[in-house]
Design a protein around this ligand. Structure first.
Ligand code: GDD
Length: 324
């Protein structure tokens, strides 16, 4: 079988990292786009292309060079609280950016005759003020942030390109998924990093916003497998990807600090500036469709995930402490 080519937008993020490992292990030729602010900028790599979701101009050239069979759109301004401070930027990048990729694929297919499959990183944040629990593919959306509104736009554009042009375009509605490579501004990694740094004496306090919020947290390594499986279906469709188990930020805190025998009462402080103008109180996903149609299931439990993240952050903190 000829080698398949994949293009991952946002390849330097957590999911890009796990997905590229998965695709390489399956024999794919993997290409990725990185924004100009991404780490490693300026280093030559024939599989990496500088591109930003706000830019519609050079996608055709990137498609020409990479000839992708599959495009995974993982790039976004993905921080919910930041989207309240940068609403227009978030709409342009996370929302219209998705449309730029879809339209570029449509035009490329028309001129080259090549068929490209498209995966959109849709988000459980679209459920926002949830209408039912647990949430599945039929649950109505009620987005609660500029980020979530932008993701709803991207979701429906993906459905529209599928229905209007017969494109293979699918949405993975992924609930929160974490790993040791999670960005430090997201609550899970902020907690595990702080616990490790407090343990070795590099940090004294941890400031948090709403610790009562509840999320359905899974392991990113498990979730990229669902992305790939969606792209191998005979027909494009939309799937919820979740564990079906929900925990509070407080639960996460207690397991992380408990793992290092730390007393969190003394170090954790509430910071009002970290609360959001509108909060998503609770999310819990029903991934029955993914289980049935994709044969997908999560493998890593919540407790294993927290410990995995703390253990890696402890290694980093010990190294940082030793090099001081
Ligand atoms: N980031 C952050 N920082 N969140 C905090 C903090 C803090 O100091 N304190 C409390 N929280 C609460 C937030 O208010 C939210 O309710 C919860 O912790 C999780 O916040 P994040 O980790 O930032 O993730 P998110 O749920 O808002 O969004 C993530 O998951 C979505 C999928 O549902 C992001 O990865 C999104 O891009 C993704 O779509």
């Amino acid at each position: 079988m000829p080698t398949k080519s994949a293009l991952i937008t946002g390849i330097c993020g957590q999911d890009g990292r796990y997905l590229s490992e998965l695709l390489l292990s399956k024999g794919y030729e993997v290409h990725g786009t990185i924004a100009s602010r991404a780490p490693g900028v300026g280093e030559a790599d024939e599989n990496l292309f500088y591109w930003d979701l706000s830019d519609g101009t050079n996608l055709q050239q990137i498609f020409k060079e990479t000839q992708p069979d599959e495009v995974y759109n993982l790039a976004a301004q993905s921080h919910v609280r930041l989207s309240f401070e940068l609403p227009i930027h978030t709409a342009n990048v996370t929302g219209v950016g998705t449309l730029r990729v879809l339209e570029a694929i449509r035009q490329f297919q028309e001129t080259s005759g090549k068929q490209i499959r498209f995966y959109q990183a849709s988000s459980s944040e679209m459920f926002g003020q949830v209408k039912h629990s647990p949430q599945n593919e039929d649950t109505p959306f009620h987005p609660r942030s500029p980020y979530a509104c932008a993701k709803v736009f991207g979701f429906w554009q993906t459905v529209n390109y599928r229905e209007s042009y017969g494109m293979f375009a699918c949405n993975g509605i992924l609930f929160n998924h974490e790993s040791p490579f999670r960005g430090e501004a997201f609550v899970t990694r902020k907690i595990t990093r702080a616990a490790a740094r407090i343990k070795v004496g590099l940090q004294q306090k941890l400031k948090l916003g709403n610790t009562q919020a509840r999320r359905d947290w899974g392991f990113a390594g498990d979730y990229v497998d669902a992305m790939w499986k969606m792209m191998q279906q005979d027909e494009a469709d939309d799937f919820v990807v979740a564990t079906g188990v929900t925990h509070s930020v407080q639960d996460f805190l207690e397991i992380a600090f408990g793992h290092l025998d730390l007393d969190l009462e003394e170090v954790v402080e509430t910071d009002q500036s970290l609360f959001r103008p509108a909060e998503v109180d609770t999310l819990c996903g029903d991934a029955s469709k993914a289980r049935e149609k994709l044969g997908w299931e999560p493998k890593v439990s919540f407790e294993e995930l927290v410990r995995m993240m703390v253990d890696r952050d402890l290694k980093i903190a010990e190294r940082d402490a030793a090099s001081r």
